[in-house]
Design a protein around this ligand. Structure first.
Ligand SMILES: *Cc1c(COP(=O)(O)O)cnc(C)c1O
Length: 407
């Protein structure tokens, strides 16, 4: 009894994903519903793109109002929406200038271009020599340049040749950063917490020390906050946990309010000033529909105090998860509502846990083989967290029982 909708999609879609066997047809708040009318708590929130919850009424209104007025007109013209959106995002993040794009990967590419150009035009690096330092375990998107500096074999396999000029060091290792910097280093690109690597938290004070090393060497510190930003970790930006003010940041995912791809590269003026008309662009980047959506997403985040809520509910969630009893659990870690449940790989894998969770009305997806990601909308309530934790306990018990039987 395989669902014919799944059969159809598998038949016509590229197989670059391996979804859980559930067909979603509706979402509201933290809940999604499948085609059989079953309700689930969404613990993925589309990799944090749905931090405000599904179909937030204010988002639905913002997108439909703007769609009826003016949706897309390109950056060949000014619009009444872009300035207010970028002003708000700069004001909230403490940045001087913003360059709007659509997806996270595009905003990362923008950051790489800005860093290189700054390296040549401002720092005085010899043409063609600029280096950008990145970390092992990084995830910054899927373009050829970006996967070129991934340390994940599968992300690179079959996609070369890749651009030069990227140097990988171990994440969390500040002496390695100091050692890797040369006179040709333009920037250090880093995630404050590595999301796709499995919600990997660096040692305390890591980013602060990175910032110091970068400043000392005239190297730009660029934080990729596509996933960690906008409240996910209990601060507006994850870099704020370390009191760090990067030279540039990258936002995406939640910036689109769960409605559209909206991303931005934000930087200090000295960095952004390297871009002249014609240097870089995007047909859809900064369109009035996206700008209206982005502005409303930021306003909701602040007015509903979702950043504070993420900190509070995250602490509660982690505390409750630590009370789970199962031999399958190896580790529980996280910050705010950015939480990893790591499974003991000698006993089971995270995919199996996700499948059992699904049977108990909880949707998540494994990250690599061992991590179950728990990153619900920031609007989740204490009661919904309690429901989640008891569902996870049942899922772990079911799986343990099944493993014992087949042993
Ligand atoms: C998801 C993600 C990206 C890429 O965003 P897309 O919108 O999928 O291109 C970049 N950086 C980080 C840290 C991410 O988590």
């Amino acid at each position: 009894m395989i669902n014919p909708i799944i059969v159809k999609e598998a038949h016509v879609a590229a197989h670059n994903y391996e979804p859980l066997p559930v067909v979603l047809v509706k979402g509201e708040g933290v809940y999604v519903w499948d085609d059989q009318g079953r309700r689930y708590i969404d613990l993925m929130s589309a990799y944090s793109a749905v931090s405000l919850g599904h179909s937030h009424p204010r988002m639905v209104k913002a997108i439909s109002d703007q769609a009826q007025r003016l949706a897309v007109c390109s950056r060949a013209f000014f619009t009444d929406k872009l300035g207010p959106f970028l002003e708000r995002v700069c004001q909230l993040t403490g940045m001087d200038r913003a360059l709007p794009m659509n997806t996270g990967a595009e905003a990362v590419e923008t950051a790489l271009k800005a860093a290189r150009k700054w390296g040549y035009k401002v720092k005085g690096i010899a043409e063609g020599k600029a280096e950008i330092i990145t970390c092992n375990g990084n995830f910054h998107g899927r373009t050829i340049a970006i996967v070129g500096f991934s340390s994940e074999d599968q992300y690179r396999d079959g996609f070369g040749p890749f651009p030069d000029g990227f140097i990988n060091i171990d994440y969390g290792d500040t002496p390695a950063l100091a050692k890797a910097i040369t006179p040709n280093t333009a920037a250090f690109l880093v995630e404050p917490i590595q999301g796709e690597a499995g919600i990997v938290l660096p040692p305390a004070g890591y980013l602060k020390e990175c910032a110091r090393i970068c400043r000392e060497n005239n190297v730009l510190l660029i934080c990729d906050e596509v996933q960690t930003g906008l409240g996910r970790t209990g601060k507006l930006l994850a870099s704020q946990h370390d009191g760090v003010e990067p030279d540039a940041i990258i936002l995406g995912k939640a910036l689109g309010g769960g409605m559209l791809p909206v991303s931005a590269f934000l930087a200090r003026q000295k960095v952004m000033d390297v871009f002249q008309p014609g240097d870089h662009g995007s047909t859809f980047g900064g369109n009035p529909l996206a700008a209206a959506v982005g502005l409303e997403a930021l306003n909701i985040l602040i007015e509903e105090k979702l950043v504070e809520r993420s900190a509070e509910m995250g602490d509660y969630f982690i505390g409750q998860l630590r009370k789970l009893k199962s031999p399958l659990i190896k580790d529980i870690r996280g910050l705010g509502l950015f939480i990893a449940l790591e499974i003991n790989p000698t006993l089971a894998n995270a995919r199996q846990v996700c499948e059992h969770m699904m049977h108990h009305g909880l949707l998540s997806k494994e990250t690599h083989d061992t991590v179950v990601r728990l990153a619900p909308p920031l609007t989740i309530t204490q009661q919904q967290i309690d429901e989640t934790v008891s569902g996870i306990q049942k899922a772990l018990d079911d799986l343990a029982e099944q493993l014992a039987k087949s042993a």
